[in-house]
Every structure is written in C-alpha cells, then in structure tokens.
Design a protein around this ligand. Sequence first.
Ligand SMILES: Cc1cc2nc3c(=O)[nH]c(=O)nc-3n(C[C@H](O)[C@H](O)[C@H](O)COP(=O)(O)OP(=O)(O)OC[C@H]3O[C@@H](n4cnc5c(N)ncnc54)[C@H](O)[C@@H]3O)c2cc1C
Length: 558
Amino acid sequence: MGEKLVIVGGVAGGATAAARARRLSEDAEITLVERGPYVSFANCGLPYYISGAIAKRSKLLLQTPEGFDARYGVKVLVDTEAVEIDRQGKRVRVRGPEGESWLPYDRLVLAQGGNPVMPPLPGLDSPNVFKLWTVPDVDRIKAWLDTAKPASALIAGGGFIGLEMAEAFTERGIPTTVVELLPRIMSTMDPEFGAMVAGKLGEKGVRVLTGLGLKAIHGTEGKAELSDGSLVDAGVVLLSIGVRPELSLAKAAGLALGATGGLEVDEELRTSDPSIWAAGDMVEIVNKVSGRKVRVPLAGPANRQGRIAASNALGMHLEYHGALGTSVFKAFDAVAASTGLSEKAAREAGFDVGAAMIVKDNHAGYYPGGQEMTLKLVYDRKDGRVLGAQAFGGEGTEKRIDVVATALQGRLSLDDLAELDLAYAPPFSSANDPVNLAAFIGQNDLSGYAPLETAAGLKAAMAAAAGGPGEAPFILDVRNRGEFEEGHLKGAHNVPVDELRFGLDEVPRDRRIHVHCRSGFRSHLALRILKGKGYKDVVNVTGGWLAILAEGGFDIER
Ligand SMILES: Cc1cc2nc3c(=O)[nH]c(=O)nc-3n(C[C@H](O)[C@H](O)[C@H](O)COP(=O)(O)OP(=O)(O)OC[C@H]3O[C@@H](n4cnc5c(N)ncnc54)[C@H](O)[C@@H]3O)c2cc1C
C-alpha cells in the first residue's frame, strides 16, 4: 500500500485535491472526509437553482461518493465530521453514521472552507430565516418558497451572494429588499461601482437600503426590524453578511494562524505542521499586487490551491504565489467584475494611486446592439504599473477584466496595456479596445498631457474649499446646454466643448480648471483646447458626470 492521504472537506479545494492526488499516484490510499451529505457540489450554482436558471437539482451535484470511488479509487466518507487531529499519532478522529473512529494518515490536507456569519439576532430561529452555503441550505429555501409562498424577501448583506439571491428572488416574482450596513453595496469595489450595481437592482425593482443593519426578525408577522426601528416585509429572510474560515479543528490542533485570521501556510501551502497542507477559504494567502496577507474566499483560488496542496502532500514542491481576487457577478442583464486592487485598496496599501475611467460601448458604435461599459483602471503613478481594474456593463465586461488580470500576473504597465494587440471585429470590440483606451488615458495622465482627477478627488477639492477662505474650485462643464440643464454641479460653468474656443473669456487663466463632460471624452478634448491656448492647470474628471453621479455626495442643481 502507498502513503495514507486524508483530506478533510470534500467540495472545491478538497475534491480537487483528491482527484489530483489519484492522478499523481495509483498507490496512495486516499480518504475524503465530508461532514455534509454531498461532495463536490456546485456551491457557486446555488443561487441559479433558486432563480430557475438551473432547472435540475441534480446538475448541482458534480460527483457522488460512488462516482469518486469508481473513477478515482477515493474512499469518500460523507455525513462524517473530522473532530480532532492527533498530530503526534498522525491520525484524525472522525464522527459519522457508524460512530467514532480514528483514521491514520501520513499526509493530511485540510480544505474545510468557511461558515456564513450568523449574528445572534432575535428571531433568528424563525422558520423563514435562511443562509445559503450548501445543498441542504438550498433545499430548505426552495421548500419554503414552494410551500409558504412568501410575498416578500429580505436579504441582509449586499455582497455578491446576497445580490445574486436578490436577482433569484426577483426572478421568482418575489419583491425583494437588500439591507446593507455599509454606505454602499458591493464594498469590495470602489463606491461608484456599488452605486452602478444598486442602480441596476433598483431598475429591476429591488429595494436597496444602505447604512442600515438587520436588528430583529418577527417571523410570524413576516416582518424584519432594521437598525433605525423601521419594519420591512420579510416573508423569507436570507442572511449573507460574511464568511468566517472554519478553523476550530486546526486551532484545537495548535496549527499556526495568520494575522488576517486565516490558517497560515507557506508557499507550498504547508501549515505549521510539516505533514499537513491546507487549501481554500480557510487559508491566508498573499495578494499578488499589494504583497499583503489576505483571505480570498473564491472558487478559483480554492481549486488551484487544492491541486497544489495534494501535489505537495505527495512529494512535489509546487508553489502558490497568491491571488488577485478576480471576481465577476451577474446583476440581471449587467455584469460587475474586478481584479487586483480597487482605488481604495491601492491607497490603503500605500501606492501613489492614479485612476482612469472610461465609459464606452462594448463594441464599435456603428454595429447594432452596443452595450455601455464603464471600465476603471487603477495604476501606480510612480511607474505606471497596473494595480487593478473594475468594470460594470453588458456583454464583454468580464473579458476586459480577465485581460487586466493577465496583465497583473505579468506585472504589466500602462504602456504595455496601451500596446496590447486584442481581437477586434465590429460585433466584438472597437479598433482600440476599452482596455487600450483606458491605458491611453492613464498614460496621458502620467505624462501630464491630460491630467486626471477622480470624482472623489473633485469632491475632496470642493469640500476643502468650502471649509476655507479660498474660492470654490472652477468647474467647467463642457456638455451641451440641454444636458447641463437636466442636472449640473452647483456653481459649475457651462461652455459646450464645440463653443469653447470662442468662450475662453469665461474661463479664468489663474485658477485650476476642473473640466468634465458626461463620460470623459469631450472634456479630454476641452482640456487639450485649454492647454493649447496656454492654460497651465487643467484636470479632467475621469468618468465625467456618470462618475460624479455614481460617487454621490455632490450638490446638484436641476
Ligand atoms: C452561494 C455561493 C455562491 C458562490 N459563488 C461563487 C462564484 O460565483 N465565484 C467564486 O469564485 N466563488 C463563489 N463562491 C465561493 C466558493 O464557493 C468558495 O470560495 C469555495 O467553495 C471554497 O472552497 P473550499 O474547498 O475552501 O470550501 P468549500 O467548498 O466550502 O468546502 C469545504 C467543505 O469542508 C467541509 N468541512 C468543514 N469542516 C469539516 C470537518 N471538520 N469535517 C468534515 N468536513 C468538513 C464542509 O462541510 C464543506 O463541504 C460561492 C459560494 C457560495 C456559498
């Protein structure tokens, strides 16, 4: 018999580890321990089963214990929990349908994932309150929807699982409210993207309440109480407010934890015990852009880590260098995606941050069916290194994020992105892809040819002036008069770009000019006109009026 490999946790990281281990060794004695009734299920697919996009429950079950045994010769113990690791004796105590027993191991892989946070709220035990993490969870939700037929849904938490479920409930015709404690939903992205996602949800009838928490659930009345004392309809309640790594087993065994609260692993994903490796949501890894320790609870990293952990447990020395946190989610007919650092995260990590935002159709404007996309590129002003990107739009949005993710892996700069030779034909893109364009704009910013400021930067400049003795910033709005009249920043001066050459006497030369249009293109032309006419200090508000609206907090006159 070969080495005894025990794997705890049988879904993304664990199931990958088991299959990989068998491909590497026909001799290894592999046992997979899973406390739930299913292995290798599609947790990422659960919201789409509720919405009906995935019609058959069986599609969620990617592999069965019998299938694992037949194909991989892996012994799978379901409904079996690993309750203790005896590191000295190299054995794991498990509790399953047949009682308790010890499983000896030579090498152990932990892939236990995490658990959704369930705060101790009054009414949490009401029958209409759910979490969504496993197949039994989805069964419970579906049974409630089918039998109780709730007339309203409340989701606590505006992260991607909560928002996917907001779509799922809405697709089922249930009026849905999302309540989020932070000022914005999708807080992993910059605020303007949270606002865009909220706008899409609102357009589809989802009510989004931010800056409010869930205080209590009044299950029998089908109501929930929020932190401001208000009551909202809540025939079904989903809690989706965060995930904690599952560490009780590792902690009790004395394995070292990292600063972020995840299990500490080295570059070979080995824990502080040389016979134990770990993968997935439970571990702490490195953010590839900032170099900081982070937890990235996503399926891609969990799968790749499972593969590496199993390989190394069987004697290889593969390295895992970290993750970018690349993610995407569907908000009805829109897509929100990001990779690397947001502007906020880049600032927190100490970079000298620049940001270029473009609003552009996903393909050539003359080809029918173009869908608007907002793409924000974040870069280091010091050397032009690309640090991250976020995008919101229709078809092709995630493709641009994947291009930038690849650029981040290669530590590429704005100059590299500007040169990227990407696939183009009118139905798919423009001769200058949005990624090229965003890079051009970033290059223009860094070279001083067309300096940028973000909507947040403009807001800060306005706030600083409001508190001091100086004049308010000079804001030049170069949209046409109709656009201006529909809504503009208080105190802004309107000179449409096509009239600017003849309207220069309205624009002072001794002050900084903050110029904007709807999305940033006309204001770029205006900036170049002003520069050509000898104006020294002009900045373009990147993303224009759309970014200003999305950023929020401005004084707007209509
Ligand atoms: C609804 C939902 C949607 C998601 N959508 C996406 C998405 O679109 N994209 C994306 O990248 N990620 C998504 N994720 C996250 C992704 O599923 C996780 O990051 C990934 O599954 C983590 O893999 P893992 O192996 O670390 O943990 P898991 O896949 O959670 O597996 C851990 C397993 O370990 C078992 N376990 C724990 N402790 C023990 C023990 N002591 N004994 C035995 N078994 C134990 C658990 O029962 C669990 O089955 C989603 C998650 C959910 C819940």
